[in-house]
Write a protein that binds this ligand. Structure first.
Ligand code: FAD
Length: 492
């Protein structure tokens, strides 16, 4: 069959889809269409020039979007192997302080508290009261999942099993760190399926379930070479030039394939099935394309807008998405250091809820500690990234550098040996990312099953696949995994 496949969207999911499709269907013509002149979507890594007062200049690596990968995503290890990126990987070992020390900043208090990283640490204050009793009580708490429910919010799940204080403190902070969302809105089954499975496995107890072996569900069809060996005892990793190296290498590889055409700076204005049953894509420049198959990696509400009325699909607008302000800060290195050694900290939902009265900060990553090798030639700088917004309402006043520095000084003041007031940064950059992380709400997995079934029959009859961060997970690993699986039903 003479396949003409179009991939919509040139973020990580789109690039991974095109990569795997070009291998699976070497005889097909694959065209990737991306609205922006730049490929990569939310992934963007760049070096900026930073000068200090002592005539040092450095090219510091800044990330606008994602900054770390976890080694358990085999689909990404496979890309590293197949794209020859092995020598560019930089890792954070599980034994390093950056991996061991993660902090919480409790709203309306000063300083940071260390999250438990060992058995002994859960017995020290404040974890002895904040964490330990709730976890110890959970296995003896009666089974309490309401009969017949198939999903609920992360907050409701944690509330049921660990109580409201634990749910607000740890549950909301975790959700801020991954989804920049309100844990009361996020589906536990979509976001943390392993928690739901542990409760099932542990006869109603998450802690009991965590201690029992899980049935293996992962497929093992990955061509990873010796990459897993270098990922042993690794907590997180990235690349010498940031996560953008992954999308950059994918784009370069695709450019060199004779069966792939990349069309950046090209916007899709509509798509659907026309009267004779053909698939049709209309571009903003009025050009028409009639592919045999389409993979959409567009945000679901964008796809909804583009579909013609006769080709509409269910549940594309069911979920909201979070907007995030990313503030990259580079400081002159000081003694004592500006922050403790560690990955960074998260801030839970304030006890009084989200309001304009709060600083609006979700958390801060200590980049120069977490991935110090990226700027290893640079000794005199400290780099941090502050994430703001999500469920916190924010105004321009919240994101002004002076206001943020004032809050960071409060967060980083205790213990006593850290600086009391943060100095002026040598470099600061603020970026507003609108609707950048989808929030799958309860019932999302069932809705996506309905979507999949609708796509398999009727006017689309299996010729359109819908994937991407809004469908089966927002992590980089989820995006690459979904790209690897597209087109598997098009073999015949
Ligand atoms: C600030 C931030 C930090 C993050 N940190 C991490 C992290 O540390 N680790 C991690 O695993 N994940 C992280 N994530 C999540 C992860 O980066 C994203 O889920 C992932 O990059 C999404 O990739 P995607 O290809 O599915 O979507 P996108 O990157 O959104 O790609 C979709 C593409 O479609 C294009 N498009 C839209 N409309 C049209 C149109 N009409 N025609 C043509 N093209 C169109 C867009 O321009 C875009 O390039 C983070 C996300 C953000 C925003």
């Amino acid at each position: 069959m003479n396949r003409r496949i179009v991939v919509l969207g040139g973020g990580l999911t789109g690039l991974s889809s095109a990569f795997h499709l070009s291998r699976r269907f070497p005889e097909a013509l694959i065209t990737l269409i991306e609205k922006s002149p730049r490929l990569g979507g939310w992934i963007f890594s760049e070096r900026v020039q930073v000068h200090d007062g002592d005539s040092h200049t450095a090219e510091i690596l800044l990330e606008s979007g994602p900054r770390t990968l976890r080694p358990n995503a085999k689909s990404v290890l496979e890309l590293i192997h197949l794209l020859g990126l092995k020598n560019s990987v930089i890792t954070t070992p599980i034994t390093s302080s950056a991996a061991k020390n993660r902090y919480l900043q409790i709203p309306e208090t000063q300083g940071l508290i260390t999250l438990p990283n060992s058995l002994t640490s859960v017995f020290s204050p404040p974890m002895r009261t904040l964490f330990l009793p709730h976890v110890l009580r959970e296995p003896v708490k009666r089974r309490n999942r309401p009969s017949g429910i198939t999903d609920e919010s992360v907050d409701s799940f944690m509330n049921r099993r660990f109580g409201p204080v634990f749910a607000r403190t740890f549950g909301s902070a975790l959700v801020h760190g991954i989804y920049a969302a309100d844990s009361r809105q996020l589906s536990v089954r979509a976001a943390f399926p392993s928690l739901w499975a542990m409760e099932d496995r542990g006869w109603g107890s998450v802690v009991r379930g965590a201690l029992l072996p899980a049935a293996s569900t992962s497929r093992e069809d990955y061509d990873v070479g010796d990459i897993p060996d270098m990922m042993k005892d690794v907590s997180v990793y990235s690349f010498t030039e940031g996560i953008g190296m992954l999308t950059g290498a994918l784009a370069t590889h695709l450019q060199n394939q004779i069966n792939v055409k990349l069309l950046p700076d090209t916007s899709v204005s509509s798509l659907g099935v026309v009267e004779d049953g053909q698939l049709q894509i209309k571009l903003a420049n009025e050009q028409m394309i009639n592919p045999t198959h389409i993979v959409s990696t567009l945000p679901l509400p964008v796809l909804d807008d583009l579909l013609s009325p006769t080709s509409s699909l269910p549940h594309l607008t069911s979920n909201p998405a979070s907007s995030v302000v990313v503030l990259n800060l580079v400081f002159q290195q000081t003694e004592p250091r500006l922050h403790p050694a560690g990955f960074g900290y998260l801030i839970p939902r304030p006890p009084s809820g989200y309001s304009l009265e709060n600083p609006g900060i979700l958390g801060t990553v200590f980049d120069s500690s977490a991935l110090s090798a990226q700027d290893s030639n640079v000794a005199n700088f400290t780099k941090m990234t502050v994430m703001m917004g999500g469920p916190n309402p924010i105004t321009p006043a919240h994101t002004s550098i002076d206001t943020v520095l004032k809050h960071l000084s409060v967060h980083l003041t205790a213990p006593e040996d850290f600086l009391k007031v943060l100095p002026e940064p040598l470099y600061a950059r603020t970026q507003h990312h609108v609707d950048c992380i989808p929030t799958p709400t309860p019932g999302h997995l069932e809705r996506m099953d309905v979507l999949k079934k609708t796509l398999a029959k009727g006017v689309w009859s299996g010729r359109l696949e819908v994937v991407g961060a809004g469908v089966r997970g927002v992590s980089l690993g989820d995006c690459v995994e979904s790209g690897k699986r597209v087109g598997q039903n098009w073999m015949s």
